[in-house]
Design a protein around this ligand. Structure first.
Ligand SMILES: NC(=O)c1ccc[n+]([C@@H]2O[C@H](COP(=O)([O-])OP(=O)(O)OC[C@H]3O[C@@H](n4cnc5c(N)ncnc54)[C@H](OP(=O)(O)O)[C@@H]3O)[C@@H](O)[C@H]2O)c1
Length: 298
């Protein structure tokens, strides 16, 4: 499918990119990681060289969303890093004699905004809140490539579960330390995807021209935060604290402010309708199976 194809992965040094680059290489693709880091062979300062002869671009670049509290300047950096990186990529593609045939651009389920427990799929319009605004602008920047005749796939990622980074080790840590508890009332949705399924979905989106427009990258069975936390506790053989929801809600607000509210307390139940219509088969549908694969007990 990707065999022999030259694929540029912008932001490919991160969690998703590292796994994706391995999966692409296994499929026989030639992978070029585009990075700001010194010592990397392909840099943003010489996009024409990085993109030369590329058949596809996967864009994952952007400042960490959950790394720090959302101050005004942090929010600006989160938004601008994504929109500007995407605009630069699209402009550079437009300057090539022959642009790549496909751009797979990351976005996030945060685009749907707070959903009060209602299920959503790609038919839902973008919602409210800071993350929704970021994703809207990010996707609009990616759509700039449509005018070049490039197929644009906007992958709306759920929480990516992996052994070696992202949310899972952070969520597992307090549970291992006998400090695990549901967050807030615990009934908010947690839409997740196993990192291996995500890599497989990107490969499918690269190889199958039927993939276009928004595609949710989430497992078919999103769970509540409480169900996820209980599954973690069972996998790690730990009890959970019987903390009343309002204590953690207040603490989370104090610790993380707007970020804590949007990311941890207002999740949605997002379904991968488009990927399933296109015949994509998830290897990890149930969160218990994903956790069994990714976490060692004890
Ligand atoms: N992981 C998740 O659960 C999740 C969920 C929803 C959406 N997403 C989105 O999917 C994308 C990939 O996720 P990830 O977990 O792999 O992210 P990540 O580990 O933070 O990697 C993102 C990469 O973007 C690059 N980057 C950071 N700031 C940049 C800037 N100002 N300009 C250009 N590049 C910059 C970095 O590469 P260099 O340092 O090499 O330049 C970094 O390795 C991210 O944009 C993320 O927001 C992730």
């Amino acid at each position: 499918m990707a065999e022999g194809m030259r694929v540029v992965v912008a932001g490919g040094t991160g969690l998703v990119g590292r796994h994706l680059a391995e999966a692409l290489a296994r499929e026989g693709a030639e992978v070029r990681i585009l990075s700001r880091r010194p010592g990397q062979p392909y840099s943003w300062d010489d996009l024409p060289r990085a993109l030369e002869g590329a058949g596809a671009v996967v864009n994952l670049a952007g400042e960490g969303i959950a790394d720090r509290r959302w101050t005004a300047s942090r929010k600006e950096a989160i938004l601008r890093s994504r929109v500007e990186a995407t605009e630069r990529l699209v402009a550079a593609m437009g300057a090539l004699p022959s642009p790549p045939s496909v751009l797979v651009n990351a976005s996030a389920v945060g685009i749907y905004g707070p959903m009060d427990g209602r299920p959503v799929d790609e038919g839902r319009e973008p919602g409210k809140g800071f993350l929704a605004k970021v994703c809207r602008q990010w996707e609009a920047a990616a759509d700039g490539a449509l005018a070049l005749g490039v197929r644009v796939v906007k992958l709306r990622l759920g929480v990516v579960l992996a052994r070696d980074g992202g949310a899972l080790p952070k969520m597992a840590f307090p549970v291992r330390m006998f400090q695990g508890a549901k967050l807030g009332h615990g009934q908010q949705g947690l839409s997740w995807i196993h990192v291996d399924d995500l890599s497989r979905l990107v490969l499918a989106a690269l190889g199958d021209p039927a993939y276009a427009g928004p595609v949710n990258a989430t497992a078919p069975r999103p769970v509540t935060n409480e169900t996820f936390t209980r599954a973690l506790a069972r996998r790690l053989h730990r009890p959970l604290l019987p903390v009343p929801g309002f204590v953690t809600r207040t603490a989370l607000g104090a610790l993380f402010g707007e970020m804590g509210r949007e990311m941890l307390l207002e999740g949605a139940f997002v379904y991968p309708r488009r990927a399933q219509e296109l015949g994509f088969a998830f290897r990890f549908e149930r969160v218990e199976d994903a956790l069994a694969d990714l976490l060692d007990p004890a």
